[in-house]
Write a protein that binds this ligand. Structure first.
Ligand code: F6R
Length: 242
């Protein structure tokens, strides 16, 4: 595991974006694994700027997002499909038919999960997977106690995650407590993994990920098993590393 400590969130985003830009330069039809949440927003802005300056083209790129709320269609403003369209896909030259987000409105979620796994395999696997991390060490919606070999599945969100994400929902709005998420085993099959974390609130989780024992109590610690992981953090998120 390589750990890169940078001054602030802007540097983390710029550094992370370069990895994606270089991956696409080397392989124009790269398969990217993407994440939602606050952390990747600045990286997506960097990608959009690079596209505008013609430094990268997404015209042959495919993407797979980590997760989606179960019960929200892609047209729902809090769905992760909607988020991705708004924050990235609508601003770059990507063919949306090549962008995949788990189907939150699937009639048969279990089938949808199996189909998602099959679609990743059919594309030859994920070349670079972007990850954020929860305060509780979750990656995707793989909450603490998730099996380290888990595959794409329906997962109950913990109270901590529901509380962390409540800021996106109105007081009377339905907030799902279930999700569809790539599993830890699925994530570990990506050829390269880029985990971003910024801010003091992530410092404990980063310590457990990088220095802690390999344990389902911190799902991100499973990244220690992967041979090509880069953890990019700002000084605040790195502040508890020894
Ligand atoms: C989002 C995801 C989550 C987030 C994590 C951190 O697709 O999979 O694991 O990466 O909850 O979220 P932020 O970046 O909002 O702190």
């Amino acid at each position: 595991m390589k750990v890169v400590i940078l001054k602030n969130a802007a540097e983390v985003a710029a550094y992370g974006a370069q990895i994606f830009i270089k991956t696409i330069a080397a392989k124009p039809n790269a398969v990217l694994g993407l994440a939602t949440g606050s952390t990747p927003l600045a990286l997506y802005k960097e990608l959009i700027a690079a596209r505008k300056e013609n430094k990268v083209s997404f015209s042959q790129v495919s993407t797979f997002n980590l997760d989606e709320y179960l019960g929200l269609a892609g047209t729902h403003p809090q769905s992760y499909r909607y988020f991705m369209n708004q924050q990235l896909f609508d601003h770059i030259d990507i063919d949306k038919a090549r962008t995949a987000v788990p189907a939150g409105d699937a009639v048969n979620p279990l089938k949808a999960c199996a189909a998602y796994e099959a679609a990743i395999v059919a594309k030859g696997g994920v070349d670079v997977q972007l990850l954020g991390i929860g305060r509780n060490g979750h990656i995707g919606f793989n909450e603490p106690s998730s099996s380290l070999r888990s595959r794409t599945r329906v997962k109950t969100l913990t109270r901590a995650t529901i509380e962390d994400n409540a800021r996106f929902f109105g007081p009377d709005e339905f907030q799902p407590h279930l999700s569809l998420t790539m599993g830890i085993g699925t994530i570990l099959e990506s050829k390269k993994i880029v985990l971003l974390a910024t801010g003091e609130s992530k410092a404990e989780a980063i310590k457990a990920t990088v220095e802690g024992p390999l344990s389902a109590a911190c799902p991100a610690s499973a990244l220690q098993l992967h041979e090509n992981v880069i953890v990019i953090v700002d000084e605040a998120a790195a502040s508890k590393l020894s």
